[in-house]
Design a protein around this ligand. Sequence first.
Ligand code: ACO
Length: 361
Amino acid sequence: MSEGLDDVVAARTVLSEVDGQAGRLVIRGWTLDQLVGRTRFEEVVRLLFDGFFEDLPEDLTAALGAARAEVFSAVGAIDDRLLDLEPVEAMRALTARLPDGDDLATALRLLAAPAVFTPAILRLQAGDSPVAPDPSLGHSADILRMLHARPAAAGQAEALDAYLVTVCDHGLNASTFAARVVASTRAGLTSAVLAGISALKGPLHGGAPGPVIEMLDAIGKPANARPWIEAALARGDRLMGFGHRIYRVRDPRADALKGAVRRLADQSSSLPGRIAFAEAVEAAALAILKAHRPDRPLDVNVEFFTALLLEALAFPPNAFTAVFAMGRTAGWLAHAREQLAGGRLIRPQSVYVGPTPLKAA
Ligand code: ACO
């Protein structure tokens, strides 16, 4: 038995490879560095979907734009009870209303769902009206326009593209495994994506970047970093944005996102200071974690600089997980189709350690 399934290989995939010793991520034959900053989200969706869906258009921009317009019709059904939920929970509830299916149209609706529902939910929660999608725009530019009700500023759509590409797929992580388990029962792509969203929202997975902002805000200034972190570890807390199941070195996605947030810094007077502060916290955390756990390499993970980048794009921290889902849905869908194409029903076994039935008298 393997608690946490650390050493279990449960799928063959052509989609991505995570090399935890070298700190390298390969997505369908491309390293992360080759993709980030050079590839739009639509292009990476095409890369992941290639061979898994029939009739895949060469350029997915128009098809994805049409899917955004289609799913926007569900925004009218958002009511006050839905708005009381956290954004990722409200987004998941709206996504659950989409029909199940295994075709490209279903997949495009599922890619569009977090991109359209999240800005609409955030605007309604803030007392503003939702903004309808503009199908002629690129996916990232339209997400930012739907959120802020104005065209994305220079560099912002590119920064969001860099983020969505960075998180689009990552081996057999917890949410992708959940999506593959559901796909293996042939329940359909909507069910598989809902399983993915549900696994993603936990703080040990895609729910970490919001708490990273809380940590930075609680630390407040570089001089507080060391005592704050030491006190947190002494309480037995985990530092959000650090540690990983697979990486024993720095998560390569952290530097991809650090690069993206630095490129945005030219247009903002406050961002360079925020980056410098985050780097000071990161340096203190790494030094303290090394002394705290000399046996266990604990380095920075994707979530630390996710937090900084999404904050710079003015997403509220409670929506960061829903934004993560905008990118990772591409990976879940490709994995679900791959599972359907070749995989068997996923059904592991358990060891019974409960009471033995009493013998009949
Ligand atoms: N801060 C402090 N201690 C840590 C941290 C951390 N961030 N991460 C791991 N540890 C400690 C654990 O407490 C554990 O100590 P123990 O052996 O005394 O119990 C030891 O290191 C090993 O940890 P595991 O839980 O076995 O490691 P696992 O591989 O299960 O955890 C995880 C990986 C969940 C990411 C963990 O590092 C963590 O909780 N990090 C903080 C949350 C976070 O950043 N999540 C985002 C991950 S990236 C992603 O999913 C997109």
